[in-house]
Design a protein around this ligand. Structure first.
Ligand SMILES: NC(=O)c1ccc[n+]([C@@H]2O[C@H](COP(=O)([O-])OP(=O)(O)OC[C@H]3O[C@@H](n4cnc5c(N)ncnc54)[C@H](O)[C@@H]3O)[C@@H](O)[C@H]2O)c1
Length: 342
């Protein structure tokens, strides 16, 4: 088992990465424990939930909305949950984003923690305190920053994850290697088969290394004024691709990373060999590397990105594998750059 902690102001989040972490729930028995559980996780692992107060969340991003938050809170009132209740989200990023938001506003805030069940959740969504829901097609438009008390990344639960979802999480792991950790990137090149076969040691290694990077970056910049922007590598174009195609998050990010690396090369920051290495890594794990979307559709969608600031966008580029930086680009240059990408 691997242990990390995220320290922000006076708050400490304990992050555990290992196997059979579910039994640790017994330790919260002094409070009214309510579990918000991904419906698929509930069905696939039902015996683990015996005797616990569970509310299930149907799968799908369309649940991530204010109406569903109200629905959950009504059910919590029916369960007689009060301000001493402890809410635990069990699922991927969808459930943990919802859980953190509900726990932050129910009775002006109750205690909460996460059992993260997807690779993407374990390496990314569950860490960092961003919680919220979508509004009118705008992703994560309504939400709060609030840190959970714990994040347990149960590697056994990854066993039931669909291969496409596993690859989606893998995309974020590649991102960490690309922006911050060349040795992690080397490891991924050498062990991608073991990871895709869900070898527990390989999973523990990549989840721990990725979570450690996320912790380090979030601690240095909680509200995304500086370094935390680096985590958006591949995401500016990736989010636009995700929105236009409905692709799984990590797949769209994979294409976004290939494009960002190509852009880094076109602008003279990155060697061709390094850009090619990233593209190869992404293709090797079966993630897509290109899109047939029109340049104009991509650009127009990108303009609606909530990270845009006026006529500029903070684009994350690579200097080498393991080293990223923020590049402020005006929208006109970005439009031209997109046309030169593919
Ligand atoms: N808060 C953040 O910092 C942050 C960062 C990245 C992404 N997110 C959010 O995370 C969400 C995406 O998260 P995700 O990729 O984990 O997707 P998800 O939570 O929607 O889960 C993906 C699918 O896997 C299923 N599933 C989950 N765990 C399973 C398991 N152990 N076995 C079998 N099936 C399982 C779910 O039912 C679902 O069908 C998006 O809403 C995104 O906005 C948040």
């Amino acid at each position: 088992m691997h242990e990390l902690s995220l320290n922000i102001d006076e708050h400490v989040t304990s992050i555990l990465i290992g196997r059979d972490l579910f039994r640790k729930l017994e330790k919260i028995s002094d409070r009214k424990l309510v579990l918000l559980v991904d419906e698929n996780v509930y069905k696939l692992h039902e015996p683990k939930f015996a005797g616990l107060n569970c509310l299930t969340v149907p799968s799908g991003e369309q649940q991530k909305k204010l109406a569903f938050v109200e629905h959950v809170m009504r059910q919590m009132i029916n369960m007689e949950a009060d301000r001493t209740a402890f809410l635990v989200g069990v699922g991927g990023g969808l459930v943990t984003d919802l859980t953190g938001f509900v726990a932050s506003i129910f009775m002006r805030g109750i205690r909460f923690g996460f059992i993260s069940t997807t690779l993407l959740g374990q390496v990314d969504a569950s860490i960092g305190g961003k919680n919220g829901v979508n509004l009118d097609g705008y992703k994560n438009m309504v939400g709060v920053f609030r840190q959970p008390e714990f994040v347990w990344c149960d590697l056994d639960l990854l066993g039931s994850l669909d291969q496409r979802e596993l690859a989606s999480g893998f995309s974020e792991v590649i991102k960490y290697g690309a922006i911050r950790d060349r040795s992690l990137f080397d490891y991924l090149e050498g062990h991608h088969e073991a990871i895709l076969a869900r070898n527990p040691e390989a999973l523990e290694k990549i989840v721990s290394a990725s979570a450690a990077i996320k912790v380090e970056i979030v601690e240095s910049d909680v509200t995304e004024q500086a370094d935390r922007k680096l985590l958006n590598f591949g995401h500016t174009l990736g989010h636009a691709i995700e929105k236009l195609t409905g692709m799984v998050h990590g797949e769209a990010i994979a294409i976004g990373m290939v494009m960002a690396a190509r852009l880094s090369y076109n602008m003279g920051f990155l060697d061709a060999a390094e850009a090619f290495r990233l593209e190869q890594m992404i293709a090797t794990v079966g993630l897509p590397v290109k899109t047939d979307l029109s340049h104009d559709d991509l650009y127009e969608t990108l303009l609606k990105d909530k990270k845009r600031s006026g006529d500029f966008i903070h684009f994350i580029l690579l200097q080498s594998i393991g080293e990223a930086f923020v590049h402020k680009m005006d929208l006109h240059s970005l439009r031209t750059a997109i046309h030169d990408l593919y």
